[in-house]
Design a protein around this ligand. Structure first.
Ligand code: ANZ
Length: 805
């Protein structure tokens, strides 16, 4: 007997909406803020990869609600951005209208999946109500010296008529091209807004110790911030008053310096280039401009450079060394100049080999033509002789500092954040440029500053955004008659996502509270930090770093109560195509959730995605797995239809039930969804096996746990059990330890005879159930992946052995 998902799913979705079942409550001291990385509402709609994270957060939100927490579980739209603008350009549509259509479609798709979002909290980054606060935060950043205009070498793409972020630029055959459309890109200086995220480098680094995030993500952020402890050392240019300052982490190698290298863009290059080298230097500069920073840092790529005809004096020994320029020295890192020590630095070594520059050694050890990494006593180094590296670094800095030639220095790789884009579909900057050259902010009372409606949003080929053509909007005259022009840049798509998680909290009665109001402050105190944040690994660096920066700034302004925004972070794995590769339109391996909802139902899709494997694993879509998930739901439904429930406990299910509740709850706390589902399956097997009327309170508890994964079917069963809807408002089941004693067997799981883990199961659990539980165990899975099981051996209550090849 099958249930009709079509009949029940829509019914319950309407019920939840009408009853406002998932409206955010304020009844409890315990709160759970459970957040998804909000989607960009693309024209393509959801694919089955989206729901994986969303189901996970929905499961936890539903559990927390039943556990009596106030739950905030919202959704919204990251609605500004390039794709909508490109689409609008190609089709002549208005990006605002197009975006709204997409949002309607996304919302419908999410509702069809039965998520318990509170849609009263919905935000849309492109709505004026929302970006009023984005603009306000920008004004606060500006007023606090953290936003300024600078001439920045940007990635200019003439074809798109816009500047691109580094991550929007690809390298094809040694040339920079745009990720979209593969148009040529080159570096060009432009006046841009920059946010001084570097002022927060240390705080962003330290904050990582406070949060419960995957170590891999923390490491990515640490590397991105890239803290280096070292020194700046001054070299005087021979026969000149100019000084070259280099940054080094290895001041101890000062006696091994063979030459200096300036970044080709270094401001001193022109001054220090001897006349006979001028033409060659100009040519060299042009080729460097077409190279991306990544390529310039890549050790496998050939390094190029040239001598510019001047010399500098080593402050430690007065040795005269030549000054070179080379692409491997980057202009925006540290001082943009280095002392080259080819004996100990890989890049310098390769460069020295190529250009036949001398290589000398200053640390004891084997000394032939190679880079040395081993520590040892310093030699040929005057006052550093006999010292090991750490001591030698300190001593070199101390000695050189005493003559004013060195300063201890901490440097970060993190750069200030290029915050403007030459596009239409983004937040306008609330800034006016006056004819006298001054700049002012749009008065706060005039926010939001909305985008003008424009029929033509073609890029203005000058590098300015299409807003440069909105004459009426652009022109401002103050009360004295002074003329001004509005800023034409717009903010990057990251801006809205920097604070949207605060926006949900501030959304009350279809309006956004002022961040600084006392009501807003009370709500922020209640809900922050986000307790669980689930989203894709692709946001490990930028979104998470930018939003942490804004959050820390707002914390310093005393506008948010916590120093970190997201306490626990989980990256869900991808759902791959059946062929194990990334789903993509071009490969034709994309699965559309709408189709699955039609054929198998939303409950099946949810259950399947949670049963596929650990939440953070990337796994291929498997239609058989989907069928099995549906079959199991039918099996549950058949049991209910037998309608054999009793209020008298025959105690046959005591262990199965209490262990399901205990283990299932613990597993959910660890976000181990697939193993939780196995526990539910084992309980259902026990019910079938007992073949007696089922003790109803146990089945109610089971249905509550089922409702996290298959909420529609669970509501339906709940009614059959003559309970009042909604099951989402019932209380989470509890267990009694007394039923768990003695009845448990500890089973050793082996793979090819090697012990891998133990499983605690009910005594006399069937062979099939023990095997199923073993296969979803994380420790076992790691050894089964990529292996074929050729034999399964079960010794009842004792051992499981998988023979694999
Ligand atoms: C001499 C030296 C000797 C260095 C040695 C390293 C090893 P991290 O740790 O990444 O910060 N450097 C400094 N500024 C640079 C720039 N703008 N572009 C490219 N390279 C730059 O690396 C710091 C080291 O990177 C510095 O220490 C400098 O080379 C180089 F055995 O100075 B070192």
């Amino acid at each position: 007997m099958e249930f009709s998902h079509k009949a029940i799913e829509q019914k319950w979705q309407e019920y939840w909406e009408k009853q406002q079942t998932f409206k955010t409550t304020n009844n409890s001291d315990q709160k759970a803020y459970i957040l998804d990385m909000f989607p960009y509402p693309s024209g393509a709609g959801l694919h089955v990869g989206h729901p994986k994270g969303y189901v996970a957060t929905d499961v936890i939100s539903r559990m927390r609600k039943m556990q009596g927490y106030d739950v905030l579980h919202p959704i919204g739209w990251d609605a500004f951005g390039l794709p909508a603008e490109q689409y609008a350009l190609q089709t002549g549509n208005d990006p605002a209208e197009f975006t709204l259509q997409n949002i309607t479609n996304f919302r419908k798709q999410l509702k069809a999946l039965g998520f318990g979002y509170d849609y009263n909290k919905e935000v849309n980054t492109s709505s004026p109500m929302f970006f009023k606060t984005t603009q306000l935060i920008f004004e606060l950043l500006y007023q606090n010296g953290l936003a300024e205009m600078r001439d920045v070498d940007v990635n200019w793409c003439p074809e798109l008529g816009t500047v691109l972020a580094n991550e929007e630029v690809l390298n094809v055959n040694g040339k920079m091209v745009s990720e979209r459309g593969h148009h040529l890109v080159y570096k060009k200086p432009m006046r841009q807004w920059v946010l001084k995220i570097t002022a927060y480098a240390e705080k962003l680094l330290e904050g990582l110790d406070e949060v419960d995030w995957p170590e891999s993500v923390k490491d990515l952020q640490r590397n991105w911030i890239g803290k280096s402890v070292g020194a700046e050392i001054k070299f005087t240019v021979q026969n000149s008053s100019e000084i070259i300052e280099v940054f080094t982490t290895r001041a101890d190698t000062i006696f091994g310096v063979e030459y200096l290298v300036l970044a080709p863009e270094h401001p001193l290059v022109t001054k220090l280039t001897a006349p006979e080298y001028k033409n060659a230097v100009t040519e060299f500069l042009a080729t460097t401009k077409a190279k991306s920073d990544l390529d310039r840092q890549d050790n496998s790529k050939e390094k190029t450079g040239m001598f510019i005809g001047s010399y500098a004096i080593n402050p430690a020994n007065n040795k005269v060394v030549p000054i070179w320029i080379a692409d491997y020295v980057l202009p925006f890192y540290a001082t943009g100049a280095i002392m080259a020590v080819p004996g100990y630095d890989e890049r310098d070594y390769l460069f020295a080999l190529k250009y036949q520059l001398p290589i000398s050694y200053v640390i004891e050890g084997e000394q032939h033509q190679q880079v040395h990494h081993k520590d040892g006593k310093h030699i040929n180094s005057d006052f550093l002789n006999g010292l090991f590296t750490d001591e030698a670094i300190s001593k070199a800095i101390t000695v050189l500092s005493s003559t004013g030639h060195a300063t201890a220095k901490v440097t970060y790789k993190l750069r200030d954040w290029l915050f403007s884009r030459q596009r239409y579909w983004g937040e306008p900057f609330p800034v006016i440029h006056w004819e006298d050259g001054s700049i002012s902010l749009v008065d706060e009372t005039e926010l939001p500053l909305e985008l003008p409606k424009m029929t033509n949003i073609q890029p203005s080929q000058t590098g300015e955004s299409p807003l440069a053509n909105a004459t009426e909007w652009l022109t401002v005259v103050d009360s004295t008659g002074k003329k001004g022009r509005r800023e034409t840049n717009t903010m990057p798509q990251w801006a809205g996502s920097c604070w949207y998680y605060l926006g949900y909290i501030l959304m009350e009665n279809n309006a956004m509270l002022d961040l600084r109001s006392s009501k807003a402050q009370d709500l922020l105190k209640k809900w922050l930090p986000v307790d669980l944040y689930v989203g894709g690994q692709e946001h490990a660096v930028l979104h998470l770093l930018y939003s942490r920066f804004w959050h820390k700034f707002l914390y310093d302004q005393k506008l948010v109560p916590t120093s970190e925004p997201f306490y626990k972070l989980v990256n869900q794995g991808m759902i791959l195509g059946t062929d194990g590769t990334k789903m993509s339109k071009s490969k034709g391996n994309v699965v559309n959730p709408d189709d699955i909802i039609k054929s198998h139902g939303a409950d099946t899709l949810r259950l399947y995605e949670m049963f596929m494997g650990p939440i953070d694993a990337s796994l291929p879509w498997n239609p058989n797995g989907l069928d099995s998930a549906r079959k199991w739901l039918d099996r549950v439904y058949r049991l209910v239809k037998k309608n054999n429930f009793t209020n008298v406990n025959n105690h046959q299910l005591d262990f199965a039930y209490h262990s399901m509740v205990k283990k299932g709850t613990e597993m959910l706390e660890r976000l181990s969804f697939n193993t939780t589902i196995s526990q539910l399956m084992v309980f259902i097997n026990a019910c079938y096996k007992d073949d007696a009327p089922i003790y109803q309170p146990y089945f109610e508890g089971f249905t509550k746990m089922l409702s996290l994964f298959a909420p529609h079917l669970a509501e339906e069963i709940w009614v059959t059990l003559q309970q009042e809807s909604s099951i989402a408002l019932s209380t989470w089941p509890s267990y009694d330890e007394k039923y768990l004693e003695k009845n448990e067997a500890v089973i050793a799981v082996q793979i090819n005879g090697k012990f891998r883990t133990t499983l605690n199961v009910a005594i006399n659990t069937s062979e099939a159930d023990v095997l199923a539980l073993a296969k979803v165990n994380h420790n076992v899975q790691t050894f089964l992946v990529d292996h074929e099981i050729i034999k399964e051996i079960v010794i009842k209550n004792k051992i499981v052995n998988f023979v694999v090849k």
